[in-house]
Design a binder for this molecule. Sequence first.
Ligand SMILES: *Cc1c(COP(=O)(O)O)cnc(C)c1O
Length: 392
Amino acid sequence: MIPYGKQDISQADIDAVVEVLKSDWLTQGPEVPAFEKAVCDYTGAKHAVAVNSATSALHIACLALGVGAGDVVWTSPITFVASANCALYCGADVDFVDVDAATGNMCPKALELKLVAAKANGRLPKVVIPVHLCGHSCDMAPIAALASEYGFKLIEDASHAIGGSYQGKRIGSCAFSDITVFSFHPVKIVTSAEGGMALTNSSELAEKMELLRSHGITKAASLMTRPNEGDWYYEQLQLGFNYRMTDLQAALGLSQMARLETFVQTRNELACTYRDVLAQLSASVVEPLSGSHSAWHLMIVCLDVSAQRRRLFDEMRRMGIQVHVHYFPVYLQPYYQSHYQFQEGYCPRAEQFYQSILTLPLHCHLTDTSVNFIVSQLKALMDSTVNSEGGH
Ligand SMILES: *Cc1c(COP(=O)(O)O)cnc(C)c1O
């Protein structure tokens, strides 16, 4: 079977985790801050808060930005459900901005139109969460301009995107946002098994997120109301969570960071090969914006004939090629339809995008030969449909 995504684990990764097992700390030791520092150094962000998943990072990012009951958060419908659920965890409402038909990323023009209408209705979003689908950056400059014009905050869901850049700025630098979130799930670019991180240039937001990841508890005397209680003492200042990352996970993530550039390079080379061999098919590759550099988490193709998608998916899977579909529009999920009454047709470009897409395998264990094999199988299937339909 050729999986659609797969982690790359080296002997150095294994050694790093084993070292932690032999050390004094399995959690809350030196590895978490070291991993946070490595990601700050790489991205240029001032602060990083490592947590047990990107889902947790999105949750505490929303809370740190003050999202609560009565607020509304906007995100993209073409994403994993976590980008929207985080708003609901805070008791806020969620709404969706339609995507660009070519990239599947939040469309700045659609965002602007929706903001104009929302302003007229007095229901502007508190936070907007653009998602960098495939690792291809959203067009953040116009989105950031709208954030200052309309006074909302921005969280980049960069779960797919560590290692990429936009307008010469690394994703995670927060040059165009308040907070950027990474995922280190095994299918993503860099893994810590489970894990996520929230990056920011604001010390105030970082401090809030650090409190929220560990029960809202502090041991910093400067933050306490009773600083002289004694050395055993800690104070709970807020209602937080146990969202901590372990040192085992951080050691793996830190060790992986040493190969981030190699991972992204390999993914870019494979994407080039895909682009070359896919040119002969009636399908187009979802490409990054010009002037941006993608981490290439996913290879998504848009099929000219979306009616073929189901058959191509089933046949490819039968052949052991684990194709996928990213993503079913979030607001059409039963939970969202029953609780929020979103109707089909709400974001027409997102629905059209969903109908036509197929994700092909892309990870560091693929070779040019496997890419050629995958595409030749896809081409054979597409040709056979054309023939069975009478050759047009
Ligand atoms: C994977 C993913 C998440 C959630 O990441 P976890 O680390 O598994 O919580 C959120 N958003 C997007 C776009 C993702 O792809």
